[in-house]
Write a protein that binds this ligand. Structure first.
Ligand code: ARG
Length: 463
């Protein structure tokens, strides 16, 4: 009977259609096929090595699994929705292809340890790809920063012009943020790199198996020490989803900066045609859709993390079918974070900066007021008092519509005797960044140091 369940021995009635519908995961777990086959081949080898199945059966199983992989990749595999998931589909097909030997593959194994092994193998590969995308994006940010160290722009707090900064300093914020994401990704990888296979359904198995051999075959860094933990632990997925949520959040903030800077009001940057779209009604529009989509997709990345945390909350030990719900958020976050990192790299790589506009903008909103307060401190006035004096100058300029940066010396001196002709050096917003002396500041020297450090740290990750 073709639709007989592999677990059907103790059942006398068939499952209802709705049960089959709610149970099936084939449409999303099909993407685990390669790692399922990889895990099964290692398992068969271990069973043969330890004399649990014969070498002939093992050879037949491996050949059958290789045929199945080919069938799936060539699109000829006879998928059967009624068999719930990819694991059952592969096992059923194996028996169809090689007969009784196929029925021996599941000795000393349960779907509970099998499924989570497959997910770990799959995620390890995905993380390696995502790590490359993240490194590439950081390299592009560094390159852009290097090309624009001369560009000065207003730095903002509360979305109000605060102090002049270098454009590179602003870009490197994101290089540092993505570097932290890389560390989070590494941590997620290490949490994923633990072998559950061989734990059976929950209690271990009644065979003299070799889980350390399995671990070596499948290139895991460690073996799970508790069989109950092995089948119920999904922390590694949560770790990855947290990484993805954070990388999304950083990408969303960078998108927001790019969107604001590319408005006609700011006009600090131009996004390339390759990442903007037109409007179907307004002929003049160039919309930053890619940046907006990245910002929007971050919601999905957060949602996926919360989906999993909610699935796990209150689950009793050990395996419960709820755990099948771990896969869709994981797969969605893998796909989403990949596309976000790639799209961001494309956007940053092709952005152009209107450095004349950014330079003009630093002559707004008294951007060197803090430098003038510091000037007075240098002349011996306590900082609080200096702050007060400069506040009064700002108020005066606003009231009488005077230009702060070119205020005549006699007018400046009416606020404090301490002012002298050298005050104009300090008023000049183009000189402000180079006055910054603290470690990590926006001065050119600091930026060059940051770039050097970032390159060193990236080097550690790529090796
Ligand atoms: N598709 C299921 C999952 O992803 C397979 C595990 C089924 N195990 C079980 N005991 N019913 O979790």
């Amino acid at each position: 009977m073709k639709n007989k369940k592999l677990w059907g021995g103790r059942f006398s009635q068939t499952t209802s259609t709705i049960t089959e519908q709610i149970s099936k995961s084939l449409h999303f777990d099909v993407r685990l096929y390669r790692h399922d086959i990889q895990g099964s081949i290692a398992h068969a080898r271990m069973l043969a090595k330890n004399g649990i199945i014969s070498q002939e059966d093992c050879n037949a199983i491996i050949a059958g699994l290789q045929t199945i992989q080919k069938e799936i990749e060539e699109g000829t595999f006879p998928f059967n929705e009624k068999l719930e998931d990819i694991h059952m589909n592969i096992e059923a097909r194996l028996t169809e292809l090689i007969g009784d030997a196929g029925k021996k593959l599941h000795t000393a194994r349960s779907r509970n340890d099998q499924v989570v092994t497959d997910v770990r193998l799959y995620l390890k590969d995905a993380i390696k790809e995502i790590e490359k995308l993240c490194i590439n994006l950081i390299q592009i940010l560094i390159k852009k920063a290097e090309e624009h160290t001369h560009v000065i722009m207003p730095g903002y707090t509360h979305m109000q012009i605060a102090q002049p900064v270098r454009f590179s300093h602003h870009l490197l914020v994101y290089a540092w943020a993505y570097l932290r994401d890389l560390t989070r990704l590494r941590n997620a990888y290490n949490a994923t790199d633990v072998l559950p296979l061989g734990s059976g359904a929950l209690a271990g198995v009644n065979y003299d198996t070799d889980r350390h051999y399995l671990s070596d075959e499948l290139q895991f860094g460690a073996v799970a020490h508790n069989s109950m933990d092995a089948v119920s632990d999904r922390d590694f997925i949560a770790d990855f989803l947290y990484f993805a949520a954070m990388a999304g959040m950083h990408s969303s903030r960078l998108s927001e900066d790019l969107i604001v800077w590319s408005t006609a009001e700011f006009n600090f940057i131009k996004l390339s045609d390759s990442v903007t779209t037109g409007s179907s009604i307004m002929p003049q529009k160039r919309n930053p859709d890619v940046a907006e989509l990245i910002r929007g997709k971050t919601g999905r990345l957060y949602g996926n993390l919360f989906t999993l945390l909610t699935v796990l909350k209150g689950l009793p030990m050990t395996y419960n079918r709820d755990l099948q719900e771990d896969k869709e958020p994981l797969f969605d976050s893998i796909d989403t974070v990949k596309i976000v990192l790639e799209a961001m790299a494309e956007m940053i790589d092709n952005v152009s900066v209107n450095d004349e506009v950014t330079r003009k903008a630093i002559y707004k909103n008294f951007s060197t007021a803090t430098d003038i307060a510091d000037y007075l401190v240098m002349k011996g006035i306590p900082f609080r008092q200096a702050h007060e004096i400069v506040g009064a100058i700002v108020k005066y300029c606003e009231q009488y519509n005077k230009d702060f940066f070119t205020l005549p010396l006699n007018e400046i001196q009416s606020f404090s005797e301490a002012f002298a002709a050298d005050v104009y050096e300090y008023l000049d917003p183009e000189k402000s960044t180079e006055r910054k002396k603290s470690y990590g500041s926006t001065s050119l020297e600091s930026i060059e140091n940051q770039i050097k450090l970032l390159k060193e740290k990236l080097h550690e990750f790529s090796h």
